[in-house]
Design a protein around this ligand. Structure first.
Ligand code: SAM
Ligand code: SF4
Length: 344
């Protein structure tokens, strides 16, 4: 089918990649992501699977090539594997180049075969420590064993894994080389992520912030770390560590929204589990796709809402994390919504 709408923003960036949050709920409470007593949205506010599917098909018709499901924790939503199987048909028919998932891995062991069957070839698994007690502390109660079992099951099912690791000054900075070595040795890429100032209720984040420029300098004091070109339009800058990834081709990505913003080539947008489309993680401007889906049976409403959204995608975000020692040309701004709501 020919595209109904060309998703090109005011700066000429073609939006080919969408992150779709399927729930705000999660079985963990990572300290940098949620408050301990997080309240969740009423279920009626969430897009139903039928609405999520209708929206996904519309986006695919409009030229979206890659879809990443996220949350909250996508695998905690009841019925998610059936939904993924339905979207997987778009991969099998060649209409969607990639269907992927970001997960905390706690339910991955049971889900891995179904994910592979749905055409998912790679996923991101978030895990910030390989020490059970540190992992439990960061996630407020998580069981590292389940995540490691999930990783193994996914690899056994033929799914490639990238490990997402939020760099935390106090909790895991010293452990980062060990995590990179662990992942690369098992054929996994690693993305280190700077903590982003999302969510009003989360305190203590400034103390946990560490610039990945400093982490890179640390790594270079004992490893050979070479930059490698990448043209995915994604936020990471990629490296290869001769001592850990040089042989098997695994990479180290650094996601540095604060110390070095990555907006120039950004080709991605995010849709929350309530159908709010955010053109930039660091901005509050959004359009309401849920109303467009619920108020009109045809696609005209969606079309109009997306046109409005394209005009909103900013040239760059304007994150700010207080006194983190950053010299950024930004106005002080920290979106009130958490990553679990926007969809990381
Ligand atoms: N629950 C899934 C998971 O943890 O992978 C998917 C959703 S989670 C919001 C997606 C990613 O966002 C995770 O890798 C997580 O570490 C990251 N994240 C959450 N809050 C963040 C923050 N404030 N700064 C940087 N990364 C964050
Ligand atoms: Fe849950 Fe992922 Fe947020 Fe951790 S980062 S609390 S696993 S949504």
């Amino acid at each position: 089918m020919s595209p109904r709408l060309q998703l090109i923003d005011g700066f000429g960036r073609r939006l080919s990649y969408v992150r779709l949050s399927v729930t705000d709920r999660c079985d963990l409470r990572c300290t940098y992501c949620m408050s301990e007593h997080q309240t969740f949205l009423p279920r009626k506010d969430l897009l139903s699977f039928d609405e999520l599917e209708r929206l996904s098909l519309f986006l695919i018709d409009s030229g979206v090539e890659r879809l990443r499901l996220t949350g909250g924790e996508p695998l905690v939503r009841k019925g998610i594997l059936g939904f993924i199987a339905r979207l997987g048909e778009q991969v099998h028919q060649g209409r969607l180049k990639e269907l992927t998932l970001t997960t905390n891995g706690t339910l991955l062991a049971g889900a891995a075969p179904a994910l592979a069957q749905a055409g998912i070839r790679r996923i991101n698994v978030s895990c910030d420590s390989l020490k059970p007690e540190v992992y439990r502390h960061i996630t407020r109660g998580g069981d590292l064993g389940k995540v490691l079992a999930g990783i193994e099951a996914a690899q056994d099912a033929g799914i490639r894994i990238k490990l997402n690791v939020v760099a935390l000054a106090q909790d895991n900075r010293a452990e980062l080389p060990e995590i990179i070595a662990f992942a690369n040795a098992r054929g996994m890429d690693v993305s280190l992520i700077e903590t982003m100032p999302l969510g009003d209720e989360i305190s203590g984040r400034e103390a946990q912030f560490v610039s990945l420029k400093d982490v890179l300098a640390d790594l270079r004091s004992f490893w050979h770390v070479e930059g490698v070109p990448d043209a995915t339009g994604g936020p990471a800058r990629y490296y290869r560590v001769a001592e850990t990834g040089g042989q098997n081709g695994t990479r180290l990505g650094l996601i540095t929204p604060l110390s070095d913003n990555f907006c120039d080539t950004c080709n991605r947008v995010r849709i929350t589990c309530t159908g709010q489309l955010y053109m930039c993680l660091g901005q509050d401007d959004h359009v309401d796709l849920r109303s467009a889906l619920r108020n009109a049976p045809g696609d005209e409403g969606l079309c109009r809402a997306l046109e409005q959204a394209l005009a909103l995608k900013p040239k760059a975000h304007d994150f700010f994390i207080g006194n983190a020692g950053l010299a950024l040309p930004v106005r002080p701004h920290s979106p009130a919504r958490t990553m679990s709501l926007t969809g990381g």
